[in-house]
Design a protein around this ligand. Structure first.
Ligand code: HEM
Length: 477
């Protein structure tokens, strides 16, 4: 059931309930929740032991939300840790709403900001959500999907060519080193999203910076990301770049979840949406702009709706895939037998990719808000309570996955992972993400003889995305 825009969660009451339950936890459990919430933890590791202990003991646990840089003190939330409960929350939008409080753990700063994010499909409930979802699903026509898959294959070949060209020859073999996260993985989702949205490829690093600002806002480097070079960009790109905000005296950018915080992205999206309506290309967004919906709420997609979809795709499809690929490689680098097995039999790669997604889990959490009283894992939740699902914990739940911390490319139920979510908002780009990852692993292993670690990785500071900022590797071809 969709939320009335005037209807807002009662934050004070929600906070009171979390505080009361939090006070009843043991000191060990409180310490575990503090570790799990703190974004700095993730620069060292994902606290899987703490997640497992709380999943076993509680299933759903209250987490306090102290003030953090750029994140004011919040109401606290109920963290859902078991696979079955995460699945249930995601499949019951009537009880666990995406629109009531938005889908991010950090509350929107103002009521206006909440109303603004509710215009985005990700933060809608049925039936509003169903209309846009239906229109988009119809735009990924079999022909468009076929074209995208061919384009992904071409991009992967080009990126791996570039990686191998930087190598040096010795004794008839060629070898080299690179930063897999930045030099290899970053470009593939950018090129692919540019194909999906009809963005000129020379503007694609704008999307890199936008995704970093929105998703990596907890990280000191990513929140001010500025990798795009306007020289050689399209007119659209240069105009948008001129509107890029500057960090304030505190080093922070304006809140990227408000329209005012992303003026460069919105200017770009507006100009692109208008252009594609007048001069459609072959891309999915052009197909979308030409659609008419005969169902409830019908009509075609407005330029304003296009702007919000552009925001969502540029952000949702980018950093997620960019982190999924090196994350999967981390699994392979730690398991030489798996690398050998995949080289010997590439038909094992699709299942290995599912295991990579399960084991790494690029998106670790998402948020819902309860619309009514409900029992979950023995807890009574109330209307207005913030509910955060942990994909990281669910994907390592021993009730579903045997020996869950083990990276096992032959796991027969790896595909039961929830890395792409579930229910009405299940990832719309899952097929593309799978295609990018499978192609990349196939090409990398097919064109090298061995790949190994060449130094310490650097992880993103974020309790939302499991991000890889640097992953040095050495390869031999
Ligand atoms: C490994 C890569 C990816 C991961 C782990 C991932 C994960 C997710 C998750 C967990 C959700 C559910 C959000 C919720 O329940 O509120 C989601 C939704 C979404 N994803 Fe992905 N995603 C990935 C790649 C992509 C790509 C490549 C695209 C675009 C081409 C994309 C587009 C979207 C969109 C549009 C939604 C919102 C769907 C809706 O609200 O109905 N994602 N994704």
């Amino acid at each position: 059931m969709s939320q009335d825009l005037a209807d807002l969660p009662d934050r004070a009451a929600a906070r009171g309930r979390v505080d009361a339950a939090y006070a009843l936890l043991s000191e060990d459990d409180r310490a575990a929740t503090r570790l799990i919430h703190d974004p700095v933890t993730y620069t060292r590791e994902v606290p899987y032991a703490a997640l497992a202990a709380l999943r076993d003991r509680h299933g759903v646990v209250p987490v306090a939300e102290p003030e953090l840089p750029g994140w004011p003190e919040g109401t606290g939330y109920w963290l859902v840790l078991r696979h079955a409960d995460v699945d249930r929350v995601l499949k019951d939008p009537g009880t666990f709403s995406s629109s009531f409080g938005g889908t991010q753990m950090r509350d929107p700063r103002t009521v206006e900001d909440l109303r603004y994010v509710r215009r985005m499909m990700l933060n809608m409930d049925p039936p509003e959500h169903s209309r846009l979802r239906r229109l988009l699903a119809k735009s990924f026509t079999p022909k468009a999907i076929g074209a995208l898959e061919a384009q992904v294959a071409g991009h992967v070949t080009g990126i791996v060519d570039r990686m191998l060209a930087a190598g040096a020859s010795a004794d008839g073999s060629v070898s080299g080193e690179c930063d897999f996260a930045k030099d290899v993985s970053a470009d593939l989702p950018l090129l692919t999203l540019a194909d999906v949205m009809g963005v000129p490829p020379e503007d694609r690093w704008l999307m890199f910076d936008w995704a970093n600002r929105v998703i990596g806002w907890q990280d000191p480097d990513y929140r001010v990301s500025a990798h795009f070079d306007p020289a050689g960009a399209s007119e659209l790109g240069r105009t948008a770049y001129a509107l890029r905000p500057e960090p304030g005296p505190d080093g922070l950018m304006p809140d990227p979840r408000s329209r005012a915080g992303m003026p460069d992205l919105y200017a770009y999206a507006h100009a692109l949406g208008t252009l594609r309506r007048e001069q459609p290309g072959e891309d999915v967004m052009s197909i979308l702009m030409a659609q008419r919906d005969d169902g409830e709420g019908g009509g075609s997609v407005s330029v304003e709706e296009f702007e919000n979809l552009f925001w969502l795709f540029a952000v949702a499809g980018n950093e997620t895939t960019r982190n999924g690929m090196p994350g999967g490689l981390v699994g392979l680098l730690g398991d030489p037998a798996a690398q050998r097995a995949l080289r010997a039999d590439p038909t094992l790669i699709p299942n290995a990719v599912e295991e990579m997604l399960r084991w790494w889990t690029p998106v670790m959490t998402f948020r819902r808000t309860a619309t009514r009283g409900v029992e979950l894992a023995g807890r009574t939740l109330h209307r207005g309570d913030k509910v955060v699902v942990s994909f990281a914990a669910a994907n390592r739940d021993p009730a579903v996955f045997t020996d869950p911390d083990r990276f096992d490319i032959g796991r027969d139920n790896a595909r039961r992972h929830l890395a792409f979510g579930a229910g009405p908002h299940v990832c719309l780009g899952a097929f593309l993400a799978r295609s990018m990852m499978t192609r990349m692993v196939t090409e990398l292993l097919g064109r090298t003889q061995w790949i190994e670690s060449a130094g310490g990785p650097v992880w993103l500071q974020s309790n939302f995305q499991r991000g890889v900022k640097r992953l040095p590797i050495a390869w031999r071809a």
